[in-house]
Design a protein around this ligand. Structure first.
Ligand SMILES: Nc1ncnc2c1ncn2[C@@H]1O[C@H](COP(=O)(O)OP(=O)(O)OP(=O)(O)O)[C@@H](O)[C@H]1O
Length: 687
């Protein structure tokens, strides 16, 4: 009996060459072919009257040749005018043979298919598909003609014929893993109906209708579901590991909190509670803390670290940049000063003996807290008893880096708890797809006394006014940032731009102490400049986007961002989050390059209107679409076979509930769906 898993060579017309070409498209068996959906359709189900044609239409027409001629003026071409009772149209061929010229003789009846466009003398079709016919009968198809994605050497007709056979042989054998209740509540067709419809849609439907059809939505739903289930499966398998159990000593915690220069907000306390509850279990925590810029994530991380430390385990804190790692080092060193656990610092810059000593102290357990960059997960780093991993700014690390660090506590046979912190609020719908392997906590409250940053959108012609404003501001003993952005990812160009701007500003503001920081400076120099700025030895810091994260100078309350139109809204919000960290008024001036498009104005307007990162992220999502927003994240980028985030994101809302039903009531469907849509190994390593 034929099965969906059977080789493609079973199909008539599919020889070894076609098999190899189909494999390039990821099609290895008959089932794969059934899930290889057309990316568009052509309507050859009816013959259009020539008089009803309009530019942009793709149409099947039948007409008699009136005249054929070779034009020598302009680009040499063969033209052929055909007509029916309703009108005429020109067919134009730039490549043609003598044979073609004779074939298209006046009086011949042609059946043509192609895209209609405006030509020199009315409507025309360039290089139509055509054949000479004798009658107008039997020229149409019963259903829309599918156009499949191809690879070099593979022909539409080969795929069409193969799919037709596959449908006949194996469609009825595919298992529909969506339970009837889900099909019913979403008004979805069965898997068989959906695939049949998409491979040969009924006549009189447009490609647009099919994009919106319940047949396609059903399959997209299934694909989203498979990805969600894959992440849930990862989470469940992670939870099966044993983890160290933390016990928080109330006296130690009270002493720690008393040493802080502020009181925790309600949201901070709640999130710390959630973390402590997780870490008191025998199974590893996997939690994402989302907090808006300046919401105080660092101290939440420090409290988590305290639970690990007071339970006798080591902590690793990993940041995406040295600047941010250094800032964490300063904070942790200050907060843990009386706790006998001086953090060690590990970045790629640390070399030689100092590095050896650091590695040794982590391996023998002498060092209790390690703070650093991705250097922390290099093979040479071993921990004596790592109990907690804190990763800041999740989206900059790949999932794999996250996993590598986790392996580092194999020595004690336990899996460490993981806390991931991000300042980039992720819209709920996207979080569902991207982070369903993590539990999520949200710090939705800013420390008291924070005033919203007043944001203005200013054209660069008014640069002089902005410079006056800096002059006045610095006169009040306050500090400011000037951020240079460039669209190119090139750090060299960014640094050059920042250097030029710093020179220009030094000329314009000779009385002001200006410092420069950019990504190509040595880390020690960068650190020295930042530290000096923090100590108010400079008034104005000219910087590239390196200051996006990690900079915390409450006295700096004015930020100018040059060419803000080149950055995403979330990135701008991050940058702006460097000001407004104290309790005095602060300002952000978005100095754009004119002319700015209406869409650009609208985007920057959102920042002027809102200071809430979650609102901004949602608006960004609405404006740019989920495809773009997800595309900019480096982690968990998913390759969908048929889903299109921009078209289908409204389905995402319903995925978690469906996933839960399947997980609980139809566990056998979980792996089957994952295998069908993601492949056996899945896209993600085991989480
Ligand atoms: N409860 C609080 N009350 C007052 N100040 C606080 C509180 N919590 C944190 N802070 C201070 O707020 C500032 C911002 O905190 P932190 O740097 O942890 O923010 P963050 O959430 O990491 O923000 P970002 O992502 O923008 O770096 C710091 O100066 C910190 O000391």
């Amino acid at each position: 009996m034929d099965t969906p898993q059977q080789s493609l060579s079973r199909l008539a017309g599919i020889g070894p060459q076609s098999v190899a070409r189909l494999q390039k498209l990821g099609i290895h068996c008959i089932q794969d072919l059934l899930f290889h959906l057309p990316h568009r359709y052509e309507d050859r189900t009816r013959i259009q009257p020539i008089g009803a044609l309009a530019p942009g239409m793709t149409a099947l027409i039948v007409g008699a040749v009136e005249l054929t001629d070779v034009l020598l003026r302009g680009r040499r071409s063969l033209i052929c005018r055909i007509s029916d009772q309703t009108g005429f149209i020109t067919l134009r061929f730039f490549h043609f043979s003598a044979n073609q010229q004779t074939q298209l003789k006046p009086g011949a009846l042609l059946c043509c298919f192609g895209e209609i466009r405006h030509g020199y003398a009315g409507l025309e079709i360039i290089h139509p598909e055509y054949k000479v016919v004798h009658t107008r009968d039997n020229l149409t198809e019963d259903s829309l003609t599918p156009i499949y994605p191809l690879t070099e050497g593979l022909r539409q007709n080969t795929v069409r014929k193969a799919v037709k056979q596959a449908l006949a042989l194996c469609l009825h054998q595919l298992t529909d893993w969506l339970p009837a209740a889900i099909l019913h509540s979403h008004h979805f067709p069965t898997l068989q109906q959906a695939l049949q419809t998409l491979h040969s849609p009924p006549a009189h439907q447009s490609s647009h209708d099919i994009q919106q059809s319940s047949a396609l939505k059903r399959l997209v739903f299934e694909e989203f579901l498979a990805h969600h289930l894959r992440m849930l499966q990862g989470k469940m398998s992670h939870k099966r590991w044993q983890a160290p159990v933390f016990e928080v000593d109330p006296a130690v915690k009270a002493r720690f909190l008393a040493g802080l220069p502020f009181q925790l907000t309600g949201a901070q306390q709640r999130v710390i509670g959630e973390i402590e509850t997780d870490c008191a279990q025998h199974h590893p925590m996997l939690r994402l803390v989302q907090g808006d810029v300046g919401s105080g994530k660092t101290v939440v991380a420090a409290c988590a670290a305290l639970s690990a430390l007071s339970s006798g385990f080591q902590v690793a804190v990993m940041a995406p940049t040295e600047l941010l790692a250094e800032q964490h080092l300063r904070n942790f060193s200050a907060w843990f000063a009386g706790f006998d656990c001086e953090p060690v610092f590990l970045t790629g810059q640390l070399k030689g003996k100092a590095r050896q000593q650091t590695l040794q102290s982590l391996a023998d357990g002498g060092a209790r807290i390690a703070i650093g960059t991705h250097a922390l997960f290099q093979d040479s780093v071993h921990f004596a008893n790592l109990g907690l991993i804190i990763i800041d700014e999740q989206h900059r690390f790949g999932v794999h880096q996250r996993l590598a660090l986790r392996e580092k506590s194999q020595a004690i046979g336990l899996r460490p708890h993981q806390l991931v912190m991000t300042a980039t609020p992720i819209p709920r719908t996207l979080a569902m797809l991207q982070y369903s392997d993590l539990d999520i906590s949200i710090i939705d409250e800013l420390p008291p006394g924070r005033k919203p940053v007043t944001t203005s959108v200013i054209p660069s012609e008014r640069r002089d006014e902005v410079i006056d404003r800096i002059h006045h501001w610095v006169g009040q003993k306050r500090q400011a940032y000037w951020v240079c952005t460039l669209i190119e990812e090139s750090e060299v160009l960014q640094c050059e731009a920042a250097e030029k701007t710093a020179e220009y500003l030094s000329d314009a503001l000779p009385e002001i102490r200006i410092a420069l920081v950019h990504g190509r400076m040595k880390s020690a120099d960068k650190d020295a400049v930042m530290q000096a700025f923090k100590n108010h030895r400079y008034d104005l810091l000219v910087a590239t986007t390196v200051i996006e994260v990690g900079v915390d100078v409450p006295n700096a309350g004015l930020m100018i961002i040059e060419n803000p139109e080149r950055l995403g809204l979330s990135q701008l919000h991050q940058l702006r989050g460097r000001v407004g960290r104290g309790d005095v008024e602060s300002y952000c001036l978005l100095l754009y390059q004119s002319p700015l498009s209406a869409a650009g104005k609208q985007r920057l307007g959102i920042l002027r209107e809102s200071n809430d990162g979650f609102v901004i992220a949602e608006k960004d999502l609405q404006l740019r679409g989920p495809g773009e927003v997800m595309g900019t994240r480096q982690t968990g980028q998913m390759q969908f076979k048929i889903a299109d985030l921009n078209r289908d994101s409204e389905l995402l809302e319903q995925i978690p509930a469906a996933a839960e039903i399947i997980y609980k009531q139809h566990p056998e469907a979980v792996s089957a769906l994952i295998e069908r849509w993601i492949g056996e190994s899945g896209q993600y390593a085991e989480v």
